[in-house]
Write a protein that binds this ligand. Structure first.
Ligand SMILES: O=C(O)CCC(=O)C(=O)O
Length: 304
């Protein structure tokens, strides 16, 4: 992994054209200071309450994805699922005008929120996420789709930041299937040695946000530091990018429009697609999906 990005412009000093150019060239950008101290501390309080609530559960639920080693006495939460439906504060972050402005610059004015997740990497044992492309999980009719990563903590090399391979969003869709032929949500690291060597960390202070292209190859390491690394992620699509796996609830799909106008005419472009079927042997989250693989890149915590 490379220690830093060779073209390391600071997002807040860049014009919106420069941001868009960097995103199109590299497949990601980091924009500092999109959230302030007050919002961050409010979100951290909500997270602490949610994690404490996991003392009432023994297994994964519709809200909690649990770390290995979780107990009621010592709750260990790896992910809050669909946080924008769990607490309104998580719904409003992505709708902030400064965030919507960046999104419109990258994807255009018509935008839909298609998913959210809050990945909690607790100090010392917060789980790694193996190398993958989000595109392998949810291919659309076009690839004007990205993930916003809201850094709720300062992120540096020690606490497991996102690692992304520049330019990989213009490359192939990698095989995310295991030896059993089922989707397993990760790429065999032996297949992507060069891409891993070229990956760069998306670091920044709390309140910064990363924007990575749906086809960008990425992963993140175990948190070996004594600080948490909490990342709130939103999946955003251009309104004319339709999910190839179909629309479950059409009313909900339309309610997820963040700005602009919906359309019944998907924009089809020539994009490489590999469907995530048959489904993963272990469903519920990417962490669970990836347990179905046999080759891993990142070290796991001793409890795993
Ligand atoms: O939390 C992370 O570092 C990785 C997030 C990610 O890529 C995912 O959840 O799909």
């Amino acid at each position: 992994m490379r220690e830093g990005h060779p073209r390391r412009e600071k997002g807040n000093n860049m014009t919106s054209d420069a941001l868009r150019n960097a995103y199109q060239r590299d497949g990601f950008i980091v924009v500092p200071d999109l959230l302030g101290a007050v919002e961050l501390s409010e979100l951290r309080e909500i997270i602490a309450e949610l994690v404490a609530g996991a003392a009432a559960v023994d297994t994964h639920t519709a809200v909690y994805d649990l770390e290995p080693g979780h107990t009621r006495a010592e709750p260990k939460v790896r992910r809050i699922k669909t946080p924008h439906k769990v607490h309104p504060a998580f719904d409003s972050v992505v709708r902030r005008p400064a965030v919507m402005e960046v999104l419109a610059r990258l994807l255009g004015p018509d935008l839909r929120l298609h998913s959210s997740k809050l990945n909690l990497k607790a100090a010392r044992y917060g789980s790694p996420v193996e190398w993958h492309q989000d595109w392998a999980f949810y291919p659309h009719t076009n690839d004007d789709v990205l993930a916003v990563g809201v850094m709720l903590d300062d992120m540096d090399l020690e606490n497991g930041p996102l690692l992304v391979t520049p330019g990989s969003h213009k490359g192939p869709v990698w095989n995310h299937h295991g030896a059993d032929g089922r989707f397993c949500g990760l790429v065999d690291p032996a297949e992507i040695r060069t891409e891993i060597a070229n990956a760069v960390p998306l670091t920044g202070r709390a309140g910064s946000m990363s924007f990575h292209h749906v086809r960008a190859l990425h992963g993140s390491a175990l948190n070996t530091s004594d600080r948490s690394r909490n990342l709130l992620l939103y999946g955003i699509a251009a309104a004319d990018a339709w999910p190839l796996l179909g629309v479950g609830d059409f009313d909900e799909f339309n309610r997820a429009l963040l700005s602009g106008t919906p359309t019944l005419e998907p924009r089809m472009t020539s994009v490489p697609v590999r469907l995530p079927l048959p489904p993963a042997a272990h469903e519920g989250s990417i962490y669970e999906n990836q347990t179905g693989a046999s080759h891993f890149y990142f070290k796991k915590a001793a409890t795993q």
